[in-house]
Design a protein around this ligand. Sequence first.
Ligand code: UD1
Length: 373
Amino acid sequence: MRPKKILFVLGTRPETIKLAPLIKALMQTDNFQPLVCATGQHKEMLAQALKFFQIKPQFNLKIMRRNQTLSGLTARLLVKLDKVLNKSRPDCLVVQGDTTTALVGALSGYYHQIPVAHIEAGLRSGDKHAPYPEEINRVLISRLADYHFAPTKAAAANLKKEGVTKNVLVSGNTVLDALFWSLRKIKENPRIYEKYFSFLDQNKKIILVTGHRRENFGRQFENICLALKDLARRNKDVQIVYPVHLNPQVQKPVFKILKNIPNIHLLKPLAYPYLLWLLDKCYLVLTDSGGLQEEAPSLGKPVLVLRKVTERLEGLKAGGAKLVGTDWKNIVRQTEKLLTDQKVYKKMSGAGNPYGDGRAALKIIQCLKKARI
Ligand code: UD1
């Protein structure tokens, strides 16, 4: 029997990180032939991630524009994916998460009547404006998909509430497969990273910061930056390390408010293993990213989430993450509590990881082997 063609449609850094374990594991089997279509929703950040995981896409759509709009991106992508699907005729199309690439990938698969598998299905914040537009993207993908790989039981329960009960598997999140694989790679040659980060002061605690959510753009993003400035001024024994997302809506306020502050390091976006190295070395994390909420607990790092709602409730319940919003004073207060109160710090840092065990890709493959694709 010929191997089944599985087409992965991915476009941003987190999709690549979370799909890489599955793509790499499928390459080792005789039953499947994985194909990769990189939409290029991101340019630099996607290329970095593909390179690290040694994934060479068969299709490269290069659709990113500076300051792209959601509508423009969606329209360009839908037309270009049509050609890819006509050419590749896959047996199954895989998308991950909730980006524009994932939504349009799922829609194209449906139009072509190709079974669609959704990795990281069932995450819900319950607020259609936060994260925007991701909450609606994932709701729509669940309507379009045929196979739903939920990272946790709570995610599967969300699907059930919406009437999605067929072909749902709780697999754990593939982000942990990627994390454990990458940590092993980093340990093979730690000097590269020590050298790259040699500008850091060994005697100062590191606060790792990332931020890129659309619903935070404008005033709320400025509040976050002002909080960071305040934290740096009040706590000379810490260094804030902030790899800045390439979105101009992020770059502008961050560089305006935070440049030239001695204990704040604004960096270019880091390739995945560099970010993991930093995560391992840091004291705590301030972020609006979903992936970091899932990764940090495995390394015992408390996460303060710079958002009003999160779909990752498991981390809040376990105690490793706390929702702090975008209020300047609250961010400063909560961060300083972790810097000064060892009891609070230890409780958060020892909470454990509720998102998976690093074997999600294997579980997904077992299911795909039995699937009618
Ligand atoms: C997108 C996803 C978001 C995901 C994030 C990960 C959507 C709607 N949003 O948000 O869910 O968490 O990616 O990073 O799909 N840019 C570059 N080079 C790059 C990447 C981005 O210059 O390599 C700039 C471009 O100006 C681009 C802008 O960033 O217009 C925004 O990119 P876009 O993919 O539209 O949104 P993100 O905020 O990155």
